[in-house]
Structures are given as C-alpha cells and as structure tokens.
Design a protein around this ligand. Structure first.
Ligand code: FE2
Length: 275
C-alpha cells in the first residue's frame, strides 16, 4: 500500500502547497491514500469546517491533529461526526471526537490511524505510551495490519522511544508538531517505518509557518504578540510509505520535500481563500 503522510499543513500557504503539489505526487507515486496533520490549517492555528473541506477537496483522505485542534469551537461537532478526522487519543474522557479511526479505501483495504500528544514539554495528558500499547492490543485492530501513528510531540527522545515501543506492532510511527522535517527516515528492526518529524506544508522562511516579525518581538520583549501566518514561497513536507498489505510491515519510507519558488501566496487565484 502506497501512502503519503504530510506534516502540519499551516494556514492558507500550507493548503495552497497541498493543492499545488499533490496532484503530481499522487500520480508519480501511484498513491493509495493521503493523510495530513491539519491542526493548523485555519489561519495557522486550529481548523475550521471550511478549511477542512478545502483540504479534503485537494485530495487528502484523512486528517490528524494535535494540541491546537480545540482553537475553533465549530470543529467540535465535526470531530464527533466526521470519521476522517481524529484528535490526540490521550485527551481525557469527555473531549469531543475520537483519537483513532479506520480509513477504508475505495477497494476495501483499511488503514488504522492513531493520533497522540507527547507529554514532554507539553500538556500533562495521560501517558501516550500506555495509550498506544492498549490501542495495538484492541480487538478492533486484530484484522487490520496496516496501522499508522501520528505522534504529535515536542521532544525527540519521546518520539524515538515511541518508535522503539511500537516497532513491529504498527506500520509507521511518524512525528509531527515541530514543523521541521528530520533526516532520520528509517525502517526499525521489526519492520516499523519511523521519522521523528514529517515537517510542514507552508512557508519555510518563517517561524514554524508564522511571520518572523511578531515572533521576534515576543522573543525580544517577552510580551505576548499576535502571530500571523507568513507569506512567501511555499513548500510541502511529508513522507512516502510503502507498506505490505498482508503483514502491515513497512517496506520503504522516504522523505518528501517539495519547494517551488514560483508558487507564492498573494500572487493570483488564492487571494479569495480564507487564511
Ligand atoms: Fe502542535
């Protein structure tokens, strides 16, 4: 099974990157499914129904998220009813939506997806390791060998350890949240594909997708400033996975990193899009 998993899609620039690059990548890699972390698709933080629909319209089949998913309240009911979107599974009971789901492809093949938030330097949520280990043991996964984990976490040590803990139990452990793609795409000893961070879809000359000015001001003064999404040349970052349908073992993981100076925000058709 050929899968593309895109890193955090940030704001209008990120959505534009997906629209611009995805059709060609889909064709070249003959993809069966496209997944993306969409926690920042709306104005660089959170997601709205409109921006989600735009992402699905651009060819994304399934959306994971992270700590920013709660930013826009309109998404709460969408998280409840749309099974193509998940939020981190280790939020306490009562949080809207679900932390894992199964994506069924047109030909009936299935992909189980789990989303989790790291604990280190993040909110003190229930343990992601225990969450993951109970998920892989759950009866619903018995006949679904293809399993993907989006571990939305800050610390490299936590992400690497999650890869080790799930090696041989899932097809891939992919990190998100830092917005910077790491160079460690690898197949772990028991057949799990691993990458510490998928990177970001958006404006690379930015602070994680945000305009430098306000971020710099905040670093200098320590006074809260309103961040706004950066404008400029767009990039698309993620990973390509080839997974054995029958065993769920990864055969290949390869980073995807596309950049095109021709495609900038504020140049043409995208002006009517929401941030
Ligand atoms: Fe995040």
């Amino acid at each position: 099974m050929r899968i593309l998993f895109l890193g955090d899609v940030v704001g209008k620039a990120g959505r534009l990157a997906v629209k611009q690059f995805l059709p060609q990548i889909k064709e070249e890699l003959r993809l069966d499914a496209v997944l993306a972390n969409g926690e920042n698709i709306a104005g660089g933080i959170g997601m709205t129904c409109e921006t989600l629909d735009e992402l699905f319209g651009a060819g994304v089949d399934f959306v994971t998220s992270g700590n920013h998913v709660w930013r826009h309240k309109e998404i709460f009911s969408r998280l409840e009813k749309d099974r193509r979107i998940i939020r981190p599974a280790n939020y306490p009971e009562g949080a809207p939506g679900r932390g894992h789901a199964v994506l069924t492809l047109g030909d009936g093949r299935r992909i189980a997806v789990l989303n989790m938030l790291g604990n280190t330097y993040m909110e003190p949520l229930p343990c992601p390791f225990r969450t993951a280990l109970s998920w892989v043991e759950s009866p619903e996964l018995e006949d679904i060998p293809v399993r993907l984990v989006d571990f939305h976490a800050e610390a490299t040590s936590e992400k690497k350890t999650m890869g080790w803990a799930l090696d041989g139990k899932v097809s891939a452990v992919l990190g998100t949240h830092t917005h910077v793609q790491t160079a460690d795409a690898q197949l772990l000893p028991r057949g799990t594909a691993y990458l510490t961070d998928l990177g970001m879809c958006g404006v690379e000359q930015s602070s994680l997708g945000m305009d430098f000015d306000a971020v710099f001001e905040r670093f200098l003064t320590k006074i809260p400033t309103a961040f706004k999404p950066a404008k400029g040349e767009i990039s698309l970052n993620g990973a390509y996975l080839d997974i054995d349908d029958a065993t769920g073992q990864a055969k290949e993981i390869r980073i995807i990193r596309e950049h095109c100076p021709k495609w900038r925000l504020e140049t043409s058709a995208e002006q009517g899009m929401p941030d």
